[in-house]
Write a protein that binds this ligand. Structure first.
Ligand code: MSP
Length: 512
């Protein structure tokens, strides 16, 4: 039976253009999805756009467009960013699609049927930027003395009729969940924050609004639209066919992994499991929250004018170097800074020097000294065996890391092997063997080619285009680039295409 894996990104608000923060979550999810596919899993990788709510409505108004025309435009821009970043999503859901409205309304009805929704009136603070209700005690003093949300977002006092979800009744079950399934929220430091928030006691959640209508109508009471977070979270269900439990994709539920940024963990680790419990549905396996990028040491913001469009970075540095940088520079789960200097250093040291040179040296020596043909596997010395054994363990070690979302550690694991290959080539000095022991030279180059094949195979999820090219240069057939294919040795004598540099060094243009 094929094993299934369902991974999601948040669905992004269409109030503005895609930026590096969106690209980051999506590249991480893409690495995981690609890795699981190579390991033989049947993967469903979901992403999409969150198109309702006041924030989007206001952005559309400011642009002088109807909300749907505006959402169409921005959603298309997100897809364009995805194409440019090689995000291999299986489905892109938009919350304005009928299939989504059907799923979200079915979830609502189920909650109502199970007695978890009641009509009341909301009176309290709301931050449109965060699309979030805040308690008085959570507010902090803003720069001009006014109260603001803990995120710094402006708040307004809202008073309107509203339906409520009886979240307060779920506190104990949530705490039990965090305790019995510690992997449900990762990293652990954030799990503790969530648990202490829940321990303080939860208030019932206002789940509908009446002061605007850009949203999914509440079933049976269309004066209300669903609170945008309930609408949005339901995407993870509607995309797999909910409420139709005979839908072909329903088998993917529950999701294995919701990847989210730390700012939206509360919604995924508290509201979402409570809503699912209320509806009697199985809970996702894991919610992993990653950190935030600053840009050249500063918070990224429209007012500072430093919002980075990932497509600009790709145009300047190339796609794979940027995907690599994003996954390498920030320990997955922590925070980090994005700077030109750091991008160039990663490109030149780790890609051009460590990996690029290794491939170039190996392949050009095969081209020059072995007639461009892959040498046969020779008798292995202890050193050969050690190197190949370390390389062969990579798929397994990395798989365990990928399942914990240790995406940066997994890269470090590959680089250990790359560094070992570089030490090996220096020590074996195959260029000297040419005159003294041509057979051994062939053996050494073959060991390196075999190690490189494994390295390129396991790095495909991070840098799909460049690793594709590297595998082609190593004579690995197109359909034989998954982990299972590594068990079959490459045929000796295979004619290798002329080697071509894969990672050029980045040289800054001279300042004039
Ligand atoms: N629409 C909601 C999510 C609903 S999911 C059911 C939303 N959208 S968002 O457009 O604001 O995108 C949020 C995602 O982008 C989060 O995962 C957030 O952490 C990420 N990032 C936004 N800025 C970021 C950085 N500067 N750095 C890293 N990620 C950041 O919230």
């Amino acid at each position: 039976m094929t094993r299934r894996y369902y991974v999601t990104t948040p669905i992004y608000y269409v109030n503005g253009a895609p930026h590096i923060g969106h690209a980051y979550t999506s590249v991480a999810a893409d690495v995981i999805a690609r890795f699981k596919r190579l390991a033989g899993f049947d993967v469903f990788f979901l992403t999409g756009t969150d198109e309702h709510g006041q924030k989007v409505e206001q952005a559309a108004q400011a642009a002088g467009m109807t909300p749907i025309a505006f959402a169409d435009r921005v959603a298309a821009d997100f897809r364009d960013m995805y194409d440019k970043m090689a995000i291999s999503y299986d489905d892109f859901i938009r919350t304005t699609e009928p299939r989504h409205a059907a799923g979200a309304q079915a979830l609502w009805k189920k909650l109502e049927e199970n007695g978890h929704i009641y009509l009341g009136a909301y009176e309290g603070w709301y931050a449109t930027r965060d699309e979030c209700f805040y308690g008085e005690e959570e507010l902090i003093d803003g720069p001009d003395g006014k109260k603001v949300a803990p995120t710094g977002a402006a708040v307004e006092w809202v008073k309107e009729p509203s339906y409520f979800f009886n979240l307060s009744k779920f506190g104990d079950r949530l705490l039990e969940l965090y305790e019995t399934r510690p992997g449900f929220i990762e990293p652990a430091s954030r799990r503790n924050e969530v648990a202490s928030f829940v321990k303080q006691g939860l208030r019932d959640l206002s789940v509908s609004r009446t002061s605007f209508n850009w949203g999914i109508p509440v079933p049976g009471d269309p004066k209300h639209v669903m609170y945008v977070w309930v609408d949005a979270l339901a995407n993870y269900l509607s995309a797999v066919g909910y409420p139709d439990q005979t839908a072909p994709r329903w088998d993917f539920w529950p999701a294995n992994l919701h990847l989210v940024g730390k700012d939206i963990l509360r919604f995924h680790a508290i509201y979402w499991p409570a809503l699912l419990m209320g509806a009697g549905l199985p809970l996702p396996e894991r919610v992993f929250s990653h950190g935030w990028w600053t840009i050249e040491g500063q918070k990224m913001s429209k007012s500072l004018g430093n919002v980075v469009d990932p497509r600009d970075l790709v145009a300047e540095f190339g796609l794979d170097p940027i995907r690599f940088f994003l996954m390498r520079e920030m320990p997955f789960g922590g925070d980090s800074d994005l700077s030109r200097r750091a991008i160039i250093s990663r490109m030149n040291v780790e890609l051009a020097n460590d990996l690029g040179n290794l491939a170039q040296r190996t392949l050009s020596q095969i081209a020059r000294n072995c007639d461009g043909r892959l040498p046969p596997q020779g008798t292995h010395t202890a050193e050969d065996t050690k190197l190949l054994a370390a390389a062969s363990l990579l798929p397994q070690i990395m798989h365990e890391q990928i399942d914990r979302q240790a995406l940066t550690d997994a890269l470090e694991e590959v680089w250990k092997v790359i560094r070992a290959c570089n030490a090996y080539i220096d020590h074996q000095a195959p260029w000297k063997l040419k005159k003294t022991d041509a057979a051994r030279m062939g053996d050494v180059l073959r060991v390196l080619a075999d190690a490189l094949r494994i390295i390129a195979t396991v790095l495909q999820p991070y840098m799909p285009g460049s690793m594709d090219r590297m595998l082609t240069q190593l004579c690995v057939p197109d359909g034989a680039r998954d982990f299972a294919s590594l068990d079959t040795p490459l045929p000796a004598g295979c004619a290798l295409p002329a080697p071509q540099g894969i990672f050029p060094r980045h040289v800054e243009p001279e300042a004039s």
